[in-house]
Design a protein around this ligand. Structure first.
Ligand code: AHR
Length: 527
């Protein structure tokens, strides 16, 4: 359902409802949840992560090596692994990004003495030691309990190199590649659930015309095979092609047309969309110390994701009305100016209450488009762009975005429920936004969960959830808010932006949730 239809439906709902008295400044918003018209499943994969060899995203952030004084399991930092497990991360995209199209997997296998250091030309010309390679990534995947989403090198690699990589990872030990994997310590074939066929082929991934890419993509979709016997049937590897760069539609058209005309010899299961919230390229807006106008501008841009998905979704519908191919938003999030004093090639930025609002608004948009958007990956997991976690040597801090992802875990694989409401408006710096943004789901065991973001940084909101035909008697969950939209957590003050419990009981037959300004709330409704 688009924002517009939500508002239209909400207007109708309001016409029949009696407005509750407003407290001091709060606006009362009745959220009418239609449990009788369940929508599609909100695929848990929309909560995916992206971990690129970029700055401290892997080295320092995930991998410290087995000999590090920082507590680790086989080189993986224990604090980071523990924190990520709580997010129930559904998949991790690796090794890039732009890095993927210059990654040669053979440089990162075998004993330490055989690893081949190179230059990470995309990201600050840092030395890439290749100590974190295929086996380390798969160990990390297993440690946090997630699925692997491997991006293969289309830009500077070959079909054979990519095909050998998957052969190495998934073949039985009766083959030469399987034997080699076993000799490197892993006789069992690895499970590779998702395969990305290149990255941003329109940009850092080769500056290819859409038609040239589509031809390349067919070769990779055919020959990069997964031989793991456990991946036959429903567990079969899903292939994701490069798709649009933001609003540009050429790749959407070309790849979807190729898919429609495909032969028996190849297939695709996903089309990637990359879109960052930037505030104008090159990224220049500060990640801390900003004012309300910058806040409103970035949230407005974030809300544009809805239209973007609708645009590409309409093109996909033309070629694929049955929605077999998923739209995979595998790079999204805020891309801001590098934190002062940091290497600009390392894309280090702070993460504030604004990022929390931005994340929640995006997740709600993905949930509303759950029929087509079945996977998404925030950029990026640790220490890069809109990260979940920041580290500095042995220190670690969880960001406001981390808290939003954890609070939303009940949404994973739950069924979308239409929610109609009159959001009202909030204006700052000449930018007008809906004051609140809400989404509801029903879990497999029948619980109804409601997520509401109060975008307005100045006024509280009173939310009255109304589930047709049922009377909610209580709500219980968590609320994330902060003193300011630019409040953030630091290693010295890690809990400035931290979730707190929230609950409400119905009075006089009405349940009212009082939400603070600039807040994200996720609650279970009890009946
Ligand atoms: O996430 C940082 C970079 O942004 C990725 O490497 C690239 O795919 C995109 O342009």
């Amino acid at each position: 359902m688009t924002t517009k239809t939500i508002f239209m439906a909400a207007a109708a709902v309001l016409a029949f409802s009696t407005a509750a008295p407003m407290s001091a400044q709060a606006q009362t918003v009745r959220v009418a949840i239609d449990a009788a018209r369940p929508g599609p499943v909100v695929d848990r994969n929309i909560f995916g992560q992206f971990a690129e060899h970029l700055g401290y995203g892997i080295y320092g952030g995930v991998w410290v090596g087995p000999d590090s004084p920082i507590p680790n399991v086989r080189g993986m930092r224990t604090d980071v692994v523990t924190a990520l497990k709580a997010l129930k991360v559904p998949n991790v995209r690796w090794p890039g990004g732009c890095f993927a199209d210059e990654y040669h997997w053979r440089d990162g296998i075998g004993p330490a003495s055989e690893r081949k250091p190179g230059i990470n030309a995309n990201w600050g010309d840092a030395v890439e030691p290749n100590t974190f390679g295929t086996h380390e990534f798969m160990d990390f995947v297993n440690q946090i309990g997630t699925e692997a989403y491997l991006s293969v090198n289309v830009g500077s690699g070959t079909v054979k190199e990519a095909s050998d990589w998957l052969g190495y990872m998934t073949s039985p030990t009766t083959t030469a590649l399987g034997k080699e994997r076993a000799a490197n310590g892993h006789p069992e074939p690895y499970k590779v659930k998702y395969l990305g066929i290149g990255n941003e082929a329109w940009g850092c991934g080769g500056s290819m015309t859409p038609e040239f890419y589509a031809d390349q993509m067919k070769l990779y979709a055919r020959y990069v095979r997964n031989f793991n016997p456990a991946q036959k049937g429903p567990e079969a590897m899903k292939r994701i092609a490069v798709g649009p760069d933001g609003a540009k539609t050429e790749y959407t058209e070309a790849v979807m047309k190729a898919w429609k005309d495909k032969t028996w010899a190849w297939d695709l299961e996903g089309l990637s969309l990359h879109n960052y919230t930037v505030g104008g390229w090159p990224p220049h807006l500060p990640s801390t110390g900003f004012g309300e106008a910058d806040y409103a501008t970035l949230i407005k841009e974030t809300l544009g994701m809805d239209n973007l998905i609708a645009t590409h979704g309409a093109i996909m519908d033309k070629y694929d009305p049955e929605k077999k191919v998923a739209l995979v938003v595998d790079e999204w999030g805020a891309w801001l100016a590098p934190a002062p004093g940091t290497n600009p090639g390392f894309l280090i930025q702070q993460n504030t209450m604004r990022d929390a609002v931005l994340a929640a608004v995006n997740i709600n948009i993905f949930a509303r488009h759950a029929d087509r958007v079945r996977m998404a990956n925030i950029a990026q997991m640790v220490n890069v762009l809109q990260a979940m976690i920041l580290t500095d040597g042995p220190k670690m801090v969880l960001t406001p975005t981390y808290h939003v992802f954890r609070m939303y875990t009940p949404f994973q694989d739950a069924t979308f429920l239409p929610a109609a409401y009159d959001a009202g408006t909030y204006t700052a710096g000449g930018v007008t936004l809906p004051r609140v943004d809400a989404a509801a789901v029903k879990t497999k065991d029948g619980q109804v969960w409601l997520a509401v973001t109060n975008i307005d940084p100045n006024k509280p909101a009173e939310i009255v959830p109304e589930v047709a035909g049922r009377r909610a008697r209580a709500a219980t969950g968590e609320v994330l808010t902060a003193p300011n939209v630019n409040s953030h957590n630091t290693f010295d003050a890690p809990n400035t932006v931290a979730p707190k419990p929230i609950s409400a009981q119905a009075r006089g037959g009405q349940l009212t949730l009082r939400l603070p300004p600039k807040s994200v709330t996720v609650v279970r409704l009890d009946f």
